[in-house]
Ligand binder design. Structure first.
Ligand code: AVJ
Length: 318
């Protein structure tokens, strides 16, 4: 049994974080890249969100997977190299691996290094025949896919959770295009959240337990720790709302008073009510997503949904 996994490490440096924060906080609408929500604490809070009653996407996606697992496994076939973009706890991946015939290698990619290594090691122990090749990276960037030492028939991307919803439409197309090239000759298994009743959407991002609020605010804690900013945590509030014109949930941190935040020699003034935009979560109709996929060079082979059409899993061939 392997006790040690080699990590392919392309984790964004503190310098990158600092630059992106300075850039984002200088914009008229202040913003921070949502990928920075996922430090160690953020990744743990996110997996708590996935278990909330109000947060329908995770359980719905798992249900769709379970109901269609045989067909999914048959489409992916044998001897595939599975590349997961944003692997987190690899919870959904385990279900997939259990059903797959002879998956050869698994490449989990995640920005959260410790979290990635813990999950990858556990997986390697649970699946001794699987070659696990973890990559720590911002998966939207440029990094090499590790080469398996085993015979691979095709590369299949795995991008569950509707994380594609975090991308603005142009960036979503560019990213899908990049996956289509990486997985040429194979495909992409992707989870896509669908348009639905506004109240249900609103509740999913404003859970009564307040975990989503903690997840959002943790971004400021992280910046205070890693960049020594002086965000006052009790002077910012969580705000999330569906913007129907733009088809997205927008998550913000709203300044509860007039204040100034500092990073080294930089000063960022906030008016009362002014916000930092921390995440978008786009929702699609099946038709809208199909045109996006096709414009990125994919062919939509199969779409599975739940009875209420809340969520979809799709297999796109590249
Ligand atoms: C991981 C991007 C799919 O947008 O629903 C959950 C992140 N943010 N609650 C989503 C998230 C707030 C989630 N994704």
């Amino acid at each position: 049994m392997r006790q040690h996994l080699e990590l392919y490490d392309f984790q964004p440096s503190c310098v990158t974080l600092r630059q992106e924060v300075i850039q984002g906080l200088q914009k008229p609408q202040k913003e921070l890249p949502s990928k920075y929500l996922y430090d160690e604490v953020g990744s743990k809070l996110f997996s708590q969100i996935c278990e909330l009653e109000a947060y329908y996407p995770t359980r719905t996606e798992l249900q769709i997977m379970d109901e269609n697992m045989e067909e999914i496994a048959a489409l992916l076939g044998t001897d595939c190299l599975l590349i997961e973009y944003g692997s987190g706890s690899s919870l959904k991946t385990r279900r997939l691996l259990n059903a797959l015939n002879r998956p050869t290698a698994y490449v989990p990619i995640d920005i959260s290094k410790e979290y990635l290594m813990d999950a990858a090691l556990e997986l390697a122990l649970a699946y001794p025949d699987l070659e696990v090749l973890p990559v720590c990276a911002d998966y939207t960037g440029d990094f090499p896919i590790p080469v398996s030492s085993l015979q691979v028939r095709q590369r299949v991307g795995y991008f569950p959770g509707s994380t594609i919803g975090n991308f603005d439409p142009d960036a979503a197309r560019d990213f899908l295009w990049q996956i289509a090239r990486t997985c040429a000759g194979g495909g992409l298994l992707i989870g896509v959240d669908l348009k639905k009743d506004f109240n249900m959407l609103h509740l999913a991002y404003n859970d009564p337990e307040g975990i989503t609020a903690r997840f959002n605010l943790n971004l400021l804690t992280r910046l205070n720790q890693e960049l020594a900013t002086d965000f006052q945590l009790d002077q910012f509030g969580h705000y999330a709302c569906y913007n129907p014109g733009a088809s997205r949930i927008e998550m913000h941190l709203v300044s509860l008073c007039e204040q100034t935040v500092h990073l080294e020699e930089w000063a960022f003034p906030f008016r009362r009510g002014e916000s930092i935009w921390t995440e978008s979560s786009y929702k699609y109709t099946l038709d809208e997503f199909a045109s996006l996929a096709v414009s990125a060079g994919f062919c939509v082979e199969r779409v599975w949904t739940d009875p209420y059409q809340l969520f979809s899993i799709q297999y796109l061939s590249a």
